[in-house]
Design a protein around this ligand. Structure first.
Ligand code: ATP
Length: 938
C-alpha cells in the first residue's frame, strides 16, 4: 500500500478505543495513575511489551545485498564469457573467469554490507528522549524505553514518542501529517470522544511520530512501538527509496559514457582483427570482453558508497551525525556557516552575574550552576531581600524542573548534579537561560517546590523566539492571581507603565526607561545576556485560566538580570580555521545587538558587523542582497529572518550550512544546503529537518564536519582518478597493440586480474586516506564542480598515453627480441641465459606485470598531489603489499602460470620494467607541471 492509498482509506488501522473510554477506565486498564509508574514496574513492562520501536525498520538483508551484486550488466557479460569459454573447451579460462566473478561479487558484497552496517549504526545513534514521570519525579529517558502506563510530557517541537491519551494540555496543537497526511495542525482537548471516529478527530489522543506544533501537554501512554497507530501502518507502507547520492549519480553517468567508448573500441578491434584474420574469433570475442571489463570501473560505485559510509561513521565519532549520506558532498562546498550563538558558540552554562532591582545594580557571586553565592553592592554583601522580587519572578515564570536525565553521558551540556540520587544524577531539566534564573533564585534561598505550592500556576502565555518573552499566571498567598513576565528587556519595558521600588509601585517615567536602557546596554557590552522581569497584580478574571497576549500589558517592572555565557574555549580556533578555509561564519541570534557584537568579537568573527531583525524588516530584498555578504552578526532575529538571510545568501551563489534548534528554525534548516541540528538542545522537529546533528551542539564540530566532508570528497576524487586513468591505460594499450598488428598484448584474464585485484585492493584503501595537509586552507569547492574535473580528464588521457608509450616497448622488445639488431649483444652484456626464449607469453607477462608496477607508481603520484607520502596510510601499504604478493604468486607458482598463461620473469625483465616505470614517473611529473599552468590544483 502506498502512503497515498493509506490516507485514502477511512478505517483506522487499529480498532483501539482508547479515545472513547472514561479516563478512569484507561488508568484501570493500564494499571497506572497520574502519578506514573515505578521504575521497577516500568522495567517489567518493558520486558513484557518490548521496546518502543517499530519493527521491520532494519535495512537491507545480507541476501538482498548479495543478490544486488548480480544486477550489474558486467557480471553477466563475464558469466556469458565463462559459459562460452567452457562450451568451446577452454575450461581453465572459464574457471578463472568464474573465479573472478565470484571474487567481484564477494568483494562488492563485503563493501556494500559494511556500508549498510555503518548506515544502520548511524541510524541507531540518533536517540530521542522522552520526559516521563516515574517514581514520582520527572525523568528524561530514552524514548525506546517508554511503556504503556507511563505518564509523558510533551511540548512544542517534540515528536510524540508513543500513542497516548491526553490528561492535561495548554494550547496544544499537533501536526499529524505523518499519520493522516493532513498537514493542518490539530488542536487537542482533554476529554472523552465518543464512538467510531477517524484518527484525525480523536482530539484527546496523541499519536506516535506526530509533531507538537504549539503548547504543551501531559498524557498517559496507551500503545508503544508496533502496536501504535503508526507502527501498525509502517509495515504496510512501502519503504521510501533511498536517494542516490550525487556521487553515485555522477558515477552512473560516467559508467554510461565509458560503456559507449568501450563499445566503439571493441567494434573497431573486432572488425580489424577479423579482417586481418590472424586471430581466431574466440580470441577476438575474449579481447572484446577484456576491454569491456578493463574499461568499466566496476568496483567504483561500491567504493564510493563505502567511503561515504565510513566517512560518515568517522564523522559520528567526532560528534557530527550525518542523517543523509548525500550531504557529505555538499559539506565540502560550504562557504558560509550561519550559526546560533547560544550553546553553539557559547558554553550555554549561564550564570546570572548582575541584577538591577530597586534602581540599583548588584553583583552576584558564584560560578556555573553552583547554588552558593552572594549578592553584593559596592563589593559589600546585601540582604537577599533587595533582589528577592526579581528573583522570585525568575523562578515562577520558569519551566525548569529538577529531575533525572538518563543519558549515557551528559552530552557536555554542563548539566550538573543537583544532588546524588542513588546511582543517578538529579539535574536541571530545561532551557539553560531559565536554569540560570532558577539557580540565581536558589542563591537567595528560594525553593522551587515551596514556591510552586505557595504560588500555584494557573496558566501560561508561551515563550516563542518571535515574542521573546513569556508570562505565567499564579495564585498568590494574598489571594489575587498575579501574572509574571520575563523576556528581552525592550519587550518587557514596552509593556510596563510602573515599576516596583522598595516595595512601592511608582510610575515608570521616560527618564527611568532611559536609565534602564542604558543599564541594559552596559551589561550587553560586557557580553552579558540580559533579561527583563515584570509582574501584573490585577489580572482580569477572564485571563486567569485562559491567558493570551492581551494579558501582557499595564505591567509593573521589577528589574533586570544579566547572565554570562562564556564562549566555548575551542570556538575561536575553529572559527579562525573556517575563515582560513574560505568559509565565512555568520552569527544569527535572538539576543540583543550589543551582546551579540561583544560575543562575536570574543570568538573572532570577521568584522562583527551587526544588523538587527527590525532593521532587516525595513530593508528591501535588493538592499539586503547588497550588504548580506558583509554582515556577520544578525541580532534580535526571529526564525523567519533566518529563512530570508538564507535565501539571500543562496541567491548570491553561496552554499550555506545553517544551524537551528527551535521549532520555528526547521524551515531554514531544511532549506539550507547543509541543515545542522543541535543534538542536545535542539527540538525533535529541527532534528528531522536536518542533514547533520551535532551531538555536542558545538560549533567546532561543524568545522570538523566540513573537514570530514572535504576529506571524503578528496578520497573519492583520488580513487576515481586512479582507477579511471589505469583503465584508460589498459584500453589504450590493448587497442594500440591490436591496431599495430601485435594481436593481444595482454590477455583478458590478466586484465581482469589487474582491475579487480591488483588495482581494486589499493583503491579501496584510499577510501580511508588521511586529509591533505592544506585541506582547510583551500577555498571551498564550487558546488557545480563534480568529482571529475577537466584536469582529471586530461590526466586520464595523458596517463593512458604514457602507459602505452612505456609498455609497448616492453612488449615488442620481448616479443620480437631476436629481430632487434644488437639484441643478443645486449643480452650477452646483461648476462641473459642462453636458452632465453622471447615470445608472446613472455611479452604479455611483461605488459601484465608492467601494468601492476605502473599502477603502484601511479597511486603514489595521485596521492602525492595531496601532500600524502607512502606511509601516511597503513591500509594502503598493506594493499600494495598484497597486490605485489599476488602478482609474484601468479608469475612464480606453477598454478599461477597455468591459470594466467604467464612466464616467470628473470632479473633482466625486472630491470626493463623498472626502467620503463621510471620513465613513466618522469613523464607524469613533467605532465603535472604542464597541467599546473592551465588548471587549478585539483
Ligand atoms: P540564539 O538564537 O543564539 O540561540 P537566543 O537564545 O537569544 O539566541 P532565542 O531563543 O530566540 O534566541 O531568544 C530570543 C530572546 O528571547 C533572548 O535574547 C531573550 O531575551 C528572550 N528569551 C530567551 N529565552 C527566554 C525564556 N525562556 N523566557 C523569556 N524570554 C526568553
Amino acid at each position: 500500500m502506498s502512503r497515498a492509498d493509506y490516507y485514502e482509506r477511512t478505517e483506522p488501522a487499529s480498532d483501539s478505543d482508547w479515545h472513547a473510554r472514561p479516563l478512569e477506565g484507561v488508568f484501570d486498564e493500564l494499571e497506572t495513575s497520574e502519578a506514573g509508574l515505578a521504575s521497577s514496574d516500568a522495567q517489567d513492562r518493558l520486558e513484557r511489551e518490548g521496546p518502543n520501536e517499530i519493527e521491520g525498520e532494519e535495512g537491507t538483508s545480507p541476501l538482498e545485498i548479495l543478490l544486488e551484486q548480480y544486477t550489474s550488466a558486467l557480471i553477466w557479460v563475464l558469466i556469458v564469457a565463462a559459459v562460452v569459454m567452457a562450451g568451446v573447451g577452454h575450461t581453465v579460462d572459464a574457471a578463472v573467469i568464474a573465479g573472478i566473478v565470484v571474487f567481484i561479487t564477494l568483494f562488492g558484497f563485503v563493501q556494500d554490507y559494511r556500508a549498510e552496517q555503518s548506515i544502520q549504526a548511524l541510524k541507531e545513534m540518533s536517540t530521542t528522549y522522552a520526559l516521563v514521570r516515574r517514581d514520582g519525579e520527572k525523568r528524561e529517558i530514552d524514548a525506546t524505553n517508554l511503556v504503556p502506563g507511563d505518564i509523558v510530557f510533551v511540548e512544542s517541537g517534540d515528536v510524540v514518542p508513543a500513542d497516548a491519551r491526553l490528561l492535561e494540555e495548554s494550547n496544544l496543537r499537533v501536526d499529524e501529517a505523518a499519520l493522516t497526511g493532513e498537514s493542518v495542525g490539530v488542536s487537542k482537548e482533554v476529554g472523552r470522544v465518543d464512538g467510531e471516529v477517524a484518527l484525525a478527530e480523536r482530539e484527546n489522543m496523541l499519536f506516535k511520530d506526530t509533531v507538537v506544533e504549539r503548547g504543551s501537554g501531559t498524557a498517559v501512554v496507551v500503545e508503544t512501538g508496533s502496536e501504535s497507530e503508526i507502527g501498525q501502518i509502517a509495515t504496510a507502507l512501502e519503504e521510501a527509496e533511498d536517494r542516490e547520492t550525487p556521487f553515485q549519480a555522477e558515477m552512473d553517468r560516467l559508467g554510461k559514457i565509458i560503456a559507449g567508448i568501450v563499445i566503439l573500441a571493441v567494434a573497431v578491434i573486432a572488425v580489424a582483427e577479423l579482417l586481418v584474420g590472424e586471430t581466431e574469433p574466440l580470441q577476438v570475442f575474449l579481447t572484446a570482453v577484456g576491454i569491456a571489463v578493463s574499461a568499466v570501473p566496476e568496483g567504483l560505485p561500491a567504493v564510493v558508497t563505502l567511503s561515504l559510509a565510513l566517512g560518515a561513521r568517522r564523522m559520528a565519532d567526532q560528534n557530527a551525525l550525518v542523517r543523509r549520506l548525500p550531504i557529505v558532498e555538499a559539506l565540502g562546498s560550504v562557504d558560509v556557516i550561519c550559526t546560533d550563538k547560544t550553546g553553539t558558540l557559547t558554553e550555554e552554562e549561564m550564570t546570572v552575574q548582575r541584577i538591577v532591582a530597586n534602581r540599583e545594580v548588584y553583583e552576584v557571586t558564584g560560578t556555573g550552576y553552583d547554588t552558593d553565592g552572594e549578592f553584593l553592592r559596592d563589593d559589600q554583601p546585601v540582604s537577599d531581600e533587595r533582589v528577592a522580587e526579581v528573583l522570585r519572578c525568575g523562578m515562577l515564570c520558569n519551566n525548569v524542573d529538577v529531575g533525572i536525565r538518563e543519558r549515557d553521558d551528559d552530552g557536555g551540556d554542563g548539566a550538573k548534579a543537583v544532588e546524588e540520587a542513588g546511582e543517578q544524577e538529579r539535574t536541571y531539566l530545561g532551557d539553560p537561560t531559565e536554569v540560570a534564573l532558577f539557580v540565581a533564585a536558589q542563591k537567595a534561598g528560594f525553593d522551587h517546590e515551596e514556591l510552586a505550592a505557595e504560588y500555584p500556576r494557573r496558566g501560561e502565555v508561551e515563550f516563542t523566539s518571535a515574542r521573546k518573552r513569556m508570562t505565567t499566571i499564579h495564585e498568590t498567598p494574598d489571594g489575587d492571581p498575579t501574572a509574571y513576565m520575563k523576556g528581552a528587556p525592550e519587550t518587557v519595558l514596552e509593556r510596563c507603565d510602573r515599576e516596583l521600588v522598595d516595595g512601592e509601585i511608582v510610575e515608570l517615567t521616560d527618564e527611568r526607561r532611559g536609565a534602564l536602557e542604558e543599564r541594559n546596554e552596559e551589561f550587553a557590552e560586557d557580553a552579558l545576556r540580559v533579561m527583563g522581569f515584570a509582574y501584573r497584580p490585577d489580572v482580569p478574571a477572564d485571563q486567569v485560566d485562559d491567558p493570551d497576549e492581551d494579558l501582557e500589558r499595564d505591567m509593573v517592572f521589577l528589574g533586570l538580570q544579566g547572565m554570562l555565557d562564556p564562549p566555548r574555549p575551542e570556538v575561536p580556533g575553529a572559527l579562525a580555521g573556517c575563515l582560513d578555509a574560505g568559509i565565512n561564519v555568520v552569527m544569527i541570534t535572538g539576543d540583543n545587538a550589543v551582546t551579540a557584537r561583544a560575543v562575536g568579537k570574543e570568538v573572532g568573527l570577521r568584522s562583527a558587523t551587526v544588523i538587527t531583525g527590525p532593521e532587516l524588516e525595513e530593508m528591501s530584498d535588493e538592499d539586503l542582497a547588497e550588504i548580506v555578504e558583509d554582515v556577520d552578526v544578525f541580532a534580535r532575529t526571529s526564525p523567519e529572518h533566518k529563512t530570508r538571510i538564507l535565501q539571500t545568501l543562496q541567491e548570491k551563489g553561496h552554499t550555506v550550512a545553517m544551524t537551528g534548534d527551535g521549532v520555528n528554525d526547521a524551515p531554514a534548516v531544511k532549506n539550507s544546503d547543509v541543515g545542522v541540528a543541535m543534538g542536545i538542545r535542539g527540538t525533535d522537529v529541527t532534528e528531522q529537518a536536518s542533514d547533520i546533528v551535532l551531538l555536542d551542539d558545538n560549533f567546532a564540530t561543524i568545522r570538523d564536519a566540513v573537514k570530514g566532508g572535504r576529506r571524503i570528497f578528496d578520497n573519492v576524487r583520488k580513487f576515481v582518478n586512479y582507477l579511471l586513468s589505469g583503465n584508460g591505460g589498459e584500453v589504450t594499450m590493448v587497442f594500440s597493440g591490436s591496431m599495430l598488428g601485435f594481436g593481444l598484448v595482454i590477455t583478458p584474464i590478466q586484465i581482469l586480474f589487474i582491475n579487480v585485484v591488483t588495482d581494486g585492493i589499493p583503491a579501496l584503501s584510499m577510501g580511508v586516506d588521511p586529509p591533505a595537509e592544506d585541506i582547510m586552507e583551500r577555498e571551498p569547492r564550487p558546488p557545480d564542480e563534480g568529482v571529475i574535473t577537466e584536469r582529471i580528464v586530461t590526466s586520464i588521457v595523458g596517463i593512458a598515453l604514457f602507459m602505452t608509450i612505456c609498455l609497448l616497448p616492453l612488449f615488442t622488445l620481448n616479443f620480437y627480441g631476436e629481430l632487434v639488431p644488437g639484441y643478443d649483444v645486449l643480452g650477452a652484456v646483461a648476462g641473459w641465459s642462453p636458452d632465453y626464449d622471447p615470445g608472446r607469453e613472455l611479452a604479455q607477462t611483461m605488459v601484465f606485470t608492467g601494468f601492476v608496477v605502473m599502477q603502484i607508481v601511479r597511486i603514489q603520484a595521485v596521492r602525492f598531489r595531496y601532500g600524502l607520502g607512502l606511509f601516511t596510510n597503513r591500509w594502503l601499504v598493506i594493499g600494495i603489499l598484497v597486490s605485489i604478493t599476488l602478482q609474484l604468486l601468479v608469475i612464480y607458482t606453477p598454478t599461477g602460470q597455468f591459470l594466467f598463461d604467464v612466464e616467470p620473469l628473470a632479473l633482466v625483465h625486472w630491470v626493463q620494467i623498472a626502467i620503463s616505470a621510471a620513465i613513466f614517473a618522469l613523464l607524469m611529473a613533467g605532465f603535472v607541471k604542464v597541467q599546473d599552468r592551465y588548471f587549478e590544483r585539483y
